[in-house]
Write a protein that binds this ligand. Structure first.
Ligand code: ADE
Ligand code: ZN
Length: 338
């Protein structure tokens, strides 16, 4: 399908929210090289272009293997600050005014980097970006689901001194044989601590309908990351729509890991009254930030301006914002449409 430069420009200027972006997935090759040099880490490639050329993933496990290996360059508080500030600057350049950023503390504490180092660098970037760029952001702490529930609980307890800096908890990484129910006690405790709850139900994973069902009936999530396969079960769709649960869909990520932009699925979700939102997931790896995801929906799946408006509005509707801030952003979106 041909591209429409006017629609690209219109998408670029829309005030937007992003609710599903892994901070570690925003690590651009150029920054990797700078941090590798600073920290004496060997990347195994001579140039950022060669590193990108080695991004050879076709499913979730092959992506995750590359994603975790690349994190070795993140060591100091300053490294995490630069990572987060680079993403927030990019967000500002795309007129993303509000973002909820996921991070994976166990991917760092497991390498000997302290929780405090990780979160204080990210937090400093958030405060600076709010003041200097006018981008508001909140943090979602994810547990790695292939690790034990005990390790997740230990991470939850480590986060408590920083509770004011974290809006919610999530579950990501390798879904195979790692169902939501494995973490039921951890998420119940997180709820008691006041965290909002989300979990990844990646596309076309083993037992995905059972996992989505557990998210709803056992965990009581506020949101689901991905969750596209819910469309295979009418009762799940009805319940997700009834509860107003947001689904953070990542079209270009889907094109990499399941070879499908899932445009038709997103359309069906909207038709069923499900709160689908569009997000970038791991934009440095999938080479597409939020605007490029929306452009792809228009250019490769024929999404209209009206459909894109609904998806962008849904992002603010299901964001973990208080009603005053939500109203502020929805008014900005409304003004940009009039
Ligand atoms: N961690 C980073 N990106 C992820 C994804 N798309 N699915 C699961 N875990 C992830
Ligand atoms: Zn994700």
């Amino acid at each position: 399908m041909s591209s429409n430069p006017d629609l690209r420009a219109w998408i670029a200027q829309l005030p937007k929210a992003e609710l599903h972006v892994h901070l570690e997935g925003t690590l651009e090759p150029e920054l990797s090289f700078a941090l590798a040099a600073r920290n004496g880490v060997a990347l195994g490639h001579d140039t950022p272009e060669a590193l990108i050329a080695a991004y050879d993933f076709h499913d979730l496990p092959s992506f995750l293997a590359i994603y975790y290996r690349a994190m070795d360059v993140l060591v100091s508080e300053q490294d995490f600050h630069e990572l987060a500030f680079a993403y927030l600057s990019k967000a500002r350049s795309q007129n993303i005014l509000y973002c909820e950023m996921l991070f994976d503390p166990q991917a760092h504490t497991g390498r000997g980097v302290a929780f405090h180092t990780v979160i204080s660098g990210i937090r400093r970037a958030q405060v600076q970006a709010a003041a200097e760029l006018g981008v508001e952001s909140q943090l979602i702490m994810c547990f790695l689901r292939e690790l034990s529930a005990a390790s997740a609980m230990e991470t939850l307890l480590a986060s408590l001194p920083y509770k004011a800096w974290i809006v919610g908890v999530g579950l990501d990484s390798d879904e195979k044989n790692n169902p939501p129910i494995k973490f039921a006690a951890v998420f119940a405790q997180a709820r008691v601590e006041g965290y909002r709850l989300t979990m990844h139900c990646d596309v076309n994973q083993q037992n995905t309908l059972m996992h989505i069902g557990q998210c709803l009936e056992v965990i009581g999530v506020d949101r689901i990351d991905h969750g596209v396969n819910a469309l295979e079960d009418a009762a799940l769709c009805t319940e997700i729509a009834r509860r107003g649960i947001g689904l953070t869909i990542c079209p270009v990520s889907n094109r990499f890991v399941v070879q499908n932009l899932t445009g038709e699925e997103i359309r069906r979700m909207l038709a069923l009254g499900m709160k689908a939102t569009i997000n970038s997931d791991d934009p440095a790896y999938f080479r597409a930030y939020l605007n490029e995801n929306l452009n792809a929906l228009h250019e490769d799946a024929g999404f209209t301006a009206a459909e894109i408006t609904t998806l962008v509005r849904n992002g603010f509707d299901v964001a973990w914002l208080d009603e005053t801030r939500r109203g502020h952003y929805l008014a900005l979106l409304g003004a940009s449409l009039s």
